[in-house]
Design a protein around this ligand. Sequence first.
Ligand SMILES: Cc1ncc(COP(=O)(O)O)c(C=O)c1O
Length: 391
Amino acid sequence: MQSAPLAINGGKPLSSEPVLIHKPMITEEDIQAVTEAIRSTFVSGDGPACREFEKQLSAYLGVKHVLFLNSCTTALDLAFMIKDFPAGSEVIVPNFTYTSTALGPILNNMKIVLADVRPDNGNLDVQKLESYITEKTVAICPVDYAGNPAEMDEINALARKYGLYVVQDSAQSIGSKYKGLYTGNQADVSTFSFHGTKNMTTGEGGAIVTNDDTLGDLIKVMREKGTDKYSFLTDNVTRGYYEYVNKGNSYVQSNINGAMGVTQLARLNAMNAIRKEIAEFYLSELTGIEGLDFLRVTEGADSNWHLFGILVPAEKKYWIMDALRAEGVMCNVHYTPLHRNRYYKDLGTDEDFPGSMQFFNQLLRLPIYPSLTQGEREIVAEAVRKVFSQM
Ligand SMILES: Cc1ncc(COP(=O)(O)O)c(C=O)c1O
């Protein structure tokens, strides 16, 4: 049967209302919790709702120290601030990531060394990783792209061999597991984002987590402008003041956002289960289409399906994106590799990063979020089939 003409060629779109690419799931419970926090008048940082959220997230992840922050970007900055590495020390960062992964080391006067990623899922290519290590390397910063955990066993083995610090940028992987444990358990320090696009949100927000007591104590000080206010509040010492004990910055998060963290976390597993259902629906509906492939899930990983990516023929990528949008499906491209951005252009590397370029040239993202209706899921699948059948 001849399918209907594509909307991009003047045909009727599958949906007149655009199916959005992402949408946070905010319920009455969130609104109620935020309202109560405001009514309590405790609106500033590190309040009772923040502490409650930290306690519950620590129990959920199974990680000892969980500190709520105003973003994942600040978490990455703190992850390096607490180590005080000598200026110019090198940190290996995947070339395919958001700028924040690299900003952590850069803000701490370190040098980033871009590493290539796997062309089939955008995560650090562990086969190439060792070739970036020099005598100046002090850390590796793997990213869990799309919520799919990086190959942490291989990364940690290299880190042990060379005595390197590992910061896992788990901005996208809250609720994902690697070899049976939630992300947050595999590195020296891990960072999460609760930005509005993520699987759970506090509006803006993030967390830094670690099982290391010394690092945990430093984080408590440095996120609170280098003061010992955290222990002043917790230990109820009656000296009447808190002291400035280190350098730091203002990275604590408001109690209003903390209240939303508690209610969102309570629904995280349920929200992630719906994402998984949608991913399985797309996989079953779209497997077998010629020229279309999916992102490889890391061995031993259980993804939170933060994003649903498809790999398409590179030369047709932008046409496919426009054709899907014309049908009413808001698909999108993602992350221009760092070395192609103005700020990162002059890193003194002549590598052309074939893995990240191949991945970037083929990647498109489809809508995936808990409030995506069955009808919308079917429109997405139908649009992909329609566009690919007339490519
Ligand atoms: C891999 C990665 N790291 C860091 C961030 C920054 O997160 P935030 O917006 O919470 O600072 C993002 C944001 O999308 C991200 O995708």
